[in-house]
Design a protein around this ligand. Structure first.
Ligand code: SF4
Ligand code: SF4
Ligand code: SF4
Ligand code: FES
Length: 958
């Protein structure tokens, strides 16, 4: 008898064998096993059968990949055709008569499977994939229990495992060389890290050039693991814990792509996260962070007991929830009594759910009684909100991610999607492989400039700080050469504003030749890129923090919108203005009224009609003046006017610029309440610590960069008993403004009642549709994938004048280099989550990228410690010599607190929104042999705070 476990419980999502065809054709009718079936033209026989509930055995086919036709177990009989065609590679045709289950087919399939089994014995009990193996399933279905060829012949059973990757293992002895992994890496991920070495029986899968996975180009996205039909590629967590027993659909808590996942559990333990095939943002794909880096949720550093202390030099005291909440409320009310109602405020988090951010801003406005609420979007995409609202009328991107499949030309500006938005990068790379053209405007040679099967047509390596000059020059060429979309502009845009803008943009100062001194871009390249963009025909702009985090961030965003309107690239598939949002819920936290001047739905607090709507629902009177932004809160704290802060899920001590200034502000507070899952950098300055919960522990919604509202669903119980929304509710109630929501769905119902763009959103609709792109209302009950189709939200599009004002942050003899910053794939933002996972095996410290010329001038060699000093401060990082950066530019990431990347960034900020100018800091770099004084002080303070925490925990245990 086969060694098969019949007690299998694991259920994989149904696999139709081949992808759904693009619905361009008509229906065809055919007969399969005597049943009359209608399918879309272009459907494979395998898929047609699967859609009708008829299972054809398969090994090399899966519905996420185009058919390959190598294993020959899916053979069928078709009337009028010779032989036995493979059902995965044969398309359904009108009138076909197909048989999938005959004795002859059974015999042929058994023969094939016995050959596989001769090199892959069915020793299923004890195998990690027992119950999740297509070879096991196929053998069972065909009654194959052993191979008549035996296993004594040549085989691969002793092939050594590759256990180099911390998240998955490759066991070549279990490989059936179906190529699914290779095709997944090529077609879905677009990394081309896998190949098949050798031929025939000697064929074997190999990463890179016969390397370990860890040493190859592999980026650990897991697509090959998803695709593998056997145990050959398996998650280490499954090998250790066994297959999961249940699964919950939820949304990734890392970046703004917002991938949908199945959190797969055994008991109350997450075994693995697998990308949801039906997820609209990701369609079954993922990156290393969402797919594998979830272990932080149960890391030993999690703090699950509330803590309080009088002073930041005192030991923490672990207390009950009731005591902590009352203590926090009493301290806040005492401060307001002593210093006035406006002396306290709150910061919402773009990592928390819509419902949670909504509640925090509601508590600030209704219970604190002021508008001192802001969010971390202040330091990333606030210029996007301002710029797009001004020009188009809505503070959000215009497309769905799948729109890029219709783009002919893509302008990628100040974004590095392979590191920061990897699943979108895979979509983009796919479109580029199909022939779309790519223009990259970025000071650094990012991977998209040239990687496997991708090469940008133009890499315009502009100088940091010259975005506005660049975007103006693009528009100048288009207008000067008569390439503008005249009909679109006449029909869709404000005439007076356009005429004024046209005169401005045609000024010689905006020409490529005149701006070259600022941008460093050869005029001929810029002209060619502008012509390419103008003639698309479908040209799309994707941009990131390299656009927004500048002193003229809002101006550049308006320039981008101008360029899209000028070329008629708005209001349909394949075009648009697409901000790639950093954190998972940046869009949502802005939508939910986290800014001090706007109530939910971007409605100004000064509007009496808007205020009265909220006043009637919330039963309080609201202030009509905008409150303090985060930088204003810090300044007011240092000057003694701002005394208390509730900070939910943000780590401003690490993420905000000019660390010394931020630390000074935090030390100056009399009551800092931090709610987080870890004792983060900000919590070192806190008086009250309220344990937060991870995305796995709560219900709610996130809104991604496409305006897509996706469900977050509780997979495990909150480790600290309460979900974040419950904690805010308790604090508000203790402050004398009771909140009594029984479930986050009730919060969403209130949001829908008060916010026109969310009017049609409900948990029931989210559950039935999977996700919804706002606006969702009576006019668009199923949501809005593409915005501004017939007219702009503001009516006519507005061309804003975008004069280039160079930043004050200039290079000098003292600070001759420009520092710019960015992210790396395996780490995320301040690193609080990813540093507590095996992702640190991929990247364990921030480094300074410096061009070999600049390094040589300074006597710096690869790996040397470099002191980096700016007008704001000094830090020390290890040098990496690379021509990815141009001479005169240095680059670092900011994922590790000890690096102190923000010790050197300055207070400069966007003129309209105060978004910090992270991307331009004039610095000097020199070889050093010891840490900076800030780093020594940081370490001493961090050690002391760790001791104070340890004392509190030890006391409770005792
Ligand atoms: S994990 Fe992703 S990148 Fe690595 S080999 Fe597999 S598919 Fe390719
Ligand atoms: S590793 Fe898995 S997916 Fe790749 S060829 Fe082998 S069996 Fe197929
Ligand atoms: S691309 Fe972003 S949302 Fe998707 S899995 Fe990666 S980190 Fe999560
Ligand atoms: S599944 Fe059709 S040939 Fe392999």
């Amino acid at each position: 008898m086969p060694d098969v476990d019949t007690q299998r419980t694991f259920q994989r999502a149904k696999d139709f064998g081949t992808p759904r065809p693009i619905p361009l054709g008509h229906l065809v009718k055919l007969s399969i096993d005597g049943r009359e079936i209608s399918v879309m033209q272009g459907t494979s026989l395998m898929r047609a059968a699967a859609e009708a509930g008829i299972k054809v055995p398969k090994l090399c086919a899966t519905d996420s990949l185009d058919p390959f036709g190598s294993c020959r177990v899916c053979l069928v009989e078709v009337d009028g055709r010779k032989g036995f065609p493979a059902s995965c590679t044969t398309q359904a045709e009108e009138g076909m008569v197909v048989r999938t289950q005959t004795d002859r087919l059974r015999q042929l399939r058994r023969n094939v499977v016995e050959l596989y089994v001769s090199d892959h014995p069915l020793e299923c009990v004890g195998c990690a994939a027992n119950g999740d193996c297509e070879l096991q399933d196929t053998a069972e279905a065909l009654g194959v229990t052993e191979s008549r060829y035996g296993i004594a012949g040549a085989n691969h059973l002793d092939a050594p495992k590759d256990e180099s990757n911390p998240y998955f293992t490759f066991d070549p002895s279990q490989c059936i060389v179906c190529y699914r992994c290779v095709r997944a890496c090529d077609d879905i991920q677009g990394t081309f890290a896998l190949t098949v070495d050798g031929r025939g029986f000697d064929s074997k899968i190999t990463a890179g050039q016969m390397e370990d996975f860890m040493d190859s180009e592999c980026v650990s996205c897991g697509a090959c693991v998803n695709a593998c039909p056997t145990v050959a590629l398996t998650e280490n967590s499954v090998i250790q814990m066994g297959l999961p027993e249940r699964s919950v659909i939820t949304t990734c808590a890392y970046c703004g792509v917002g991938c949908s996942f199945n959190a797969e559990l055994k008991g109350n333990t997450v075994v693995r996260m697998t990308p949801n095939k039906d997820g609209h943002a990701n369609e079954g794909h993922a990156c290393i962070k969402g797919r594998f880096a979830f272990g932080y949720a149960t890391h030993k550093d999690r703090i699950t007991t509330p803590m309080i202390r009088e002073n930041i030099n005192d030991p923490w005291r672990e207390v009950s929830w009731e005591e902590a909440i009352q203590y926090a409320a009493d301290r806040l009310r005492a401060l307001q009594k002593k210093y006035g109602p406006d002396s306290i405020g709150g910061i919402t988090s773009s990592r928390c759910t819509n419902e949670e951010t909504y509640l925090v801003q509601k508590m600030v406005r209704a219970a604190f009684g002021n508008n001192n609420v802001d969010t971390c979007a202040r330091v990333c995409h606030s210029p996007t909100g301002y710029g797009l609202k001004t020009t188009l009328g809505e503070s959000a991107g215009t497309q769905a991610f799948n729109s890029v499949a219709c783009s002919d030309v893509i302008l990628l500006m100040g974004a590095n999607p392979t590191d920061a938005h990897p699943v979108f990068a895979s979509r983009l790379k796919k479109r580029l492989r199909e022939g779309a053209r790519l223009i990259i405007a970025d000071p650094r040679r990012i991977d998209m400039v040239a990687s496997a099967h991708v090469k940008a047509d133009y890499h315009l390596a502009l100088q940091p700080g010259s975005n506005v000059a660049f975007i103006n020059a693009m528009a100048h060429v288009i207008v000067a050469e008569g390439l503008e979309a005249k009909d679109f502009i006449a029909a869709r845009c404000e005439h007076v504003a356009y005429t004024a803008w046209r005169t401005f943009i045609l000024l010689e100062e905006n020409s490529p030749e005149a701006t070259a001194a600022s941008t460093g871009i050869p005029p001929a390249d810029l002209r060619a890129a502008a012509r390419l963009f103008a003639t698309g025909p479908n040209s799309a702009i994707y941009y990131g923090l390299g656009v927004s985090e500048h002193s003229q961030g809002s101006t550049t965003v308006m320039g981008i919108a101008n360029l899209a309107m000028l070329t008629g690239n708005l209001g349909r598939e394949g075009v648009g203005v697409n901000p790639l949002r950093g954190q998972n819920n940046v869009q949502g936290s802005c939508d939910m009224g986290s800014f001090p001047h706007e109530l939910p739905g971007y409605r100004h607090v000064s509007d009496p009609a808007v205020r009265s709507l909220f006043e009637n629902e919330w039963k309080v009177q609201l202030q009509s003046e905008p409150g303090l932004r985060i930088p204003n809160m810090f300044d007011a704290s240092i000057s003694g006017r701002f005394k208390g802060l509730y900070c939910q899920g943000e780590d401003v001590a690490q993420s905000d610029p000019n660390t010394q200034h931020v630390e000074h502000a935090l030390r100056s507070l009399e009551c800092l309440i931090v709610q987080d899952i870890f004792l983060n950098e900000t919590a070192r300055f806190a008086h009250v610590f309220l344990p937060g919960c991870s995305f796995l522990e709560k219900d709610g919604t996130f809104t991604n960069a496409e305006r897509r509202i996706s469900p977050v669903r509780k997979a495990i119980e909150p480790l600290a008993v309460y979900a974040d929304w419950e904690v805010t509710q308790m604090l508000s109630t203790a402050l004398g403004y009771p909140m009594n929501y029984a479930h986050p769905s009730e919060i969403m119902d209130e949001i829908a009642r008060l916010t026109p763009t969310f009017a049609g959103v409900s948990y029931a609709k989210l559950d039935s549709l999977g996700s919804i792109q706002w606006p969702c209302n009576e006019a668009a009950p199923l949501g809005t994938p593409t915005m501004h189709i017939d007219e702009f939200v503001r009516g006519k599009g507005y061309f804003a004048i975008t004069g280039f004002v160079p930043t004050d942050e200039r290079t000098t003899r003292k600070y001759p280099l420009l520092l710019t910053t960015g992210r790396i794939l395996s780490q995320y933002n301040v690193g609080a989550q990813t540093r507590r996972t095996a992702n640190s095996e991929f990247y364990s410290e921030d480094v300074l990228e410096i061009h070999p010329f600049d390094a040589e001038e300074r006597g710096i060699n690869e790996g040397d410690w470099c002191g980096i000093s700016s007008r704001a401060g000094d830090t020390v990082l290890r040098a990496v010599l690379t021509d990815r950066v141009q001479p005169g530019v240095v680059y670092t990431t900011f994922h590790f607190p000890f690096s102190g990347a923000n010790v050197i960034t300055t207070d400069n900020s966007d003129w309209a929104t105060n978004c910090p100018e992270y991307k331009v800091t004039a610095v000097q770099v020199s070889r050093v042999s010891e840490q900076s004084s800030w780093q020594r002080e940081y370490q001493a303070f961090a050690d002391k705070q760790q001791d104070l925490l340890g004392m509190a925990q030890a006391k409770t245990k005792a």
